[in-house]
Design a protein around this ligand. Structure first.
Ligand code: ATP
Ligand code: MG
Length: 375
């Protein structure tokens, strides 16, 4: 059991997890009914935690859920190796049957079981999938074959799915994947990831293979009225006391960004005596800035003056029409035609993002820091 009052930087569960009732219900229903799901949000908002929670709630023996993280996959065949080994590992009933199963379903492989350096798993399975010996289709059909044979439904959850957009030859790989997956009757997929602009590229454009692949939802911020009782409760758990006003202030300061709420709450807790005061809040906030400053310094170090100026414009409340005369006379953004280039570069670096109301700074703590240090 985890007794830490606040956790940030890794997925959370149990007492460290709050809210997400609606999303949990919807995702669970999708899993149980074989509906594909796509989950997108900014970094550290809680995608992995949510999916893992739903996985832990599935109690129907006929549904098997496979979870994999493809962050480290750099090529098409890295992905197939991860895909197949995760599926074999999660659907085998015994360790002994893993190698047997693997050989039964995939031709010419050299399965190996090794004790895992990963503390979350006792062992890892490697299959030795190879582009000269194995075909993409054979691997992509694997879950359907296993599901049919065992009369189960398989839900394949793929974390950091944006990585598919980054591998060489990505578009034709995406086409190959989609054309196999869309015919599967006994398998559904839950694809999720951060790097919003990459995920959006994969799923929002009509031209892309994964367009309308499933039920797509955007993970929103946890609202203040859910955070406040959680924060108060976690302080109590640690033998300390925080009032509603300061708990609310923790949320609002970081605009309810999940990971930052927990980070700031932890820093406030760490510096406070039994009862949290305005002073301890301020000290906690300073500690948080100290932790994030090196990263923000690095993120801004290579920005051009024009790029920095666009960020300054956003910080004073300008979110669209950057080439307007009033804007360009206040903030030097270069020539008119330069503006889209600045926006593109900052979007690719994930510093800004576009929503229905215009262009905003993606990270609330970065925005605060930028206003303090760079204006
Ligand atoms: N439901 C939740 N309740 C409380 N805190 C949460 C919740 N979801 C996320 N968090 C906070 O956000 C942090 C990041 O969560 P998680 O790793 O699930 O997010 P993610 O969106 O998968 O992140 P990444 O973009 O890095 O993959 C957690 O460590 C925790 O501090
Ligand atoms: Mg994650």
């Amino acid at each position: 059991m985890n007794t830490k009052p606040f956790i940030y930087g890794m997925s959370v569960e149990g007492d460290n997890f709050t809210d997400r009732e609606i999303e949990t219900k919807r995702l669970k229903l999708n899993f149980e009914n074989g509906i594909n799901s796509i989950l997108i949000s900014p970094r550290r908002m809680g995608k992995t935690s949510l999916v893992k929670k739903v996985i832990s709630m599935i109690d129907e023996p006929k549904i098997k859920v496979v979870y994999m993280d493809i962050y480290k996959c750099r090529t098409e065949f890295d992905f197939y190796e991860k895909f197949a080994s995760s599926i074999i590992q999660a659907t085998a009933t015994k360790i002994d049957s893993m190698v047997e199963n693997a050989k039964k379903f995939i031709t010419s492989i050299t399965p190996k079981i090794a004790f895992s350096p990963d503390i979350n798993a006792e062992f890892t399975l490697s299959l030795g999938i190879d582009k000269h010996r194995n075909s993409a289709d054979e691997i992509l059909e694997l879950p359907e074959k296993i599901a049919k044979e065992r009369d189960i439904h398989i839900v394949v959850c793929i974390d950091e799915f944006q990585q598919i957009g980054e591998i060489p030859n990505s578009l034709s790989v995406q086409r190959a994947i989609r054309s196999v997956w869309q015919h599967q009757q006994n398998v559904s997929y839950c694809l999720f990831g951060s790097k919003q602009h990459l995920m959006s590229n994969l799923f929002y454009s009509r031209k892309m293979p994964f367009y309308q692949f499933g039920d797509m939802f955007f993970l929103k911020r946890i609202p203040t009225d859910k955070w406040v009782p959680f924060i108060i409760g976690r302080f109590q758990h640690a033998g300390k006391e925080i009032d509603e006003v300061l708990a609310t202030k923790i949320c609002e300061t970081v605009e309810n960004y999940s990971s930052y709420v927990q980070q700031l709450a932890w820093n406030v807790l760490a510096v406070s005596d039994k009862k949290v005061t305005e002073n301890s809040f301020n000290d906690g906030l300073s500690a948080t800035f100290e932790q994030v400053t090196p990263l923000f310094v690095e993120q801004t170090a290579n920005l051009t003056t024009y790029q920095l100026n666009l960020l300054r414009a956003i910080c004073v409340g300008i979110h669209s029409d950057f080439s307007k005369k009033e804007t360009t006379s206040l903030f030097d953004l270069g020539t008119r035609s330069n503006v889209p280039k600045i926006i593109k570069a900052l979007t690719e670096r994930e510093i800004i993002e576009r929503n229905e109301n215009g262009i905003f700074i993606a990270d609330p703590l970065f925005k605060l820091w930028f206003k303090r240090e760079m204006m």
